[in-house]
Design a protein around this ligand. Structure first.
Ligand SMILES: [Zn+2]
Length: 262
């Protein structure tokens, strides 16, 4: 005999209860659960999103990615690791000065990127790690250049935003920034929508993502820095201005070069 599928009152309550719980607990699109203090998107009407690039252990990729950003006239926030900065400067002395001088920002992503340490780290450990990170970048860039490039953001390695990490950021006056879109590692948060924070890494595979950013957005959106996205003004004009400035400079250099060879 065919089974009767009519729902009992109890079944109905169970199912709607589960449905409600499913709605409440549904992971956000990025699939990451973080404390409410962690910012992964910014409310905005501007057709822009934030481009953040992490770590920095691949000096060759850093050079290529800076070239791509320059070509596109785009600024980014680099959440750099101390040991990675040492590698980059070791292979390409002055590379971080170039990064700063080209208008990108630098934010805290720990000195060593040690995930195990971070999971058990106390606020005091983080404070001393942060102090070491600050001293390193000041010594590489010089105080004035560092001050200009430094952005008061902090990102926990592997997104391990523990309660201690949040407490540490509050103590130091930093904002913990997560991410919403992560196309190259987990294919999350695609297409990128306005106001979202995109995560890429300084690595070979992400050079290609950086070059093809337009393919991952929900319509025509401009990548920019977090602080630009948070400001009222559109950053598009500053990007275009920067590109025009570089084009003019290049044209002038070509003219000089042609004159010298006549
Ligand atoms: Zn990292």
């Amino acid at each position: 005999m065919k089974e009767n599928y009519k729902l009992s009152r109890r079944d109905f309550i169970k199912l709607t209860g589960l449905g409600f719980a499913g709605f409440v607990l549904k992971p956000k699109e990025s699939g990451l659960y973080w404390p409410k203090e962690v910012v992964s998107r910014i409310e905005t009407d501007k057709p822009e999103y934030a481009l953040t690039i992490d770590d920095g252990w691949r000096p060759d990729s850093l050079v290529t990615m800076l070239d791509i950003l320059k070509e596109k006239g785009v600024k980014a926030d680099f959440f750099l690791v101390g040991t990675a900065a040492i590698s980059c400067e070791g292979k390409y002395p002055g590379i971080l000065s170039r990064l700063a001088d080209e208008g990108h920002r630098i934010a805290y992503h720990t000195y060593s990127h040690d995930g195990n340490e971070i999971q058990k780290a106390k606020s005091s450990w983080l404070s001393s790690d942060y102090d070491d990170w600050m001293s390193l970048f000041k010594s590489i860039l010089g105080s004035a250049r560092f001050k200009k490039a430094f952005f008061r953001g902090a990102r926990a390695p592997g997104g391990a935003f523990t309660d201690e990490f949040i407490r540490f950021t509050q103590k130091k006056g930093l904002t913990p920034y997560g991410w919403f879109s992560d196309p190259s590692t987990f294919n999350r948060g695609i297409p990128i929508k306005k106001g979202e924070i995109l995560l890429l890494h300084v690595r070979f595979s992400d050079e290609d993502y950086l070059a093809r950013l337009d393919e991952f957005t929900d319509g025509p959106l401009i990548p920019t820095t977090i602080s630009c996205l948070q400001s009222q003004e559109s950053c598009v004009s500053s990007c275009i201005k920067e590109r025009d400035r570089l084009d003019n400079k290049l044209n002038k250099m070509e003219e000089i070069f042609r004159d010298d060879n006549r």
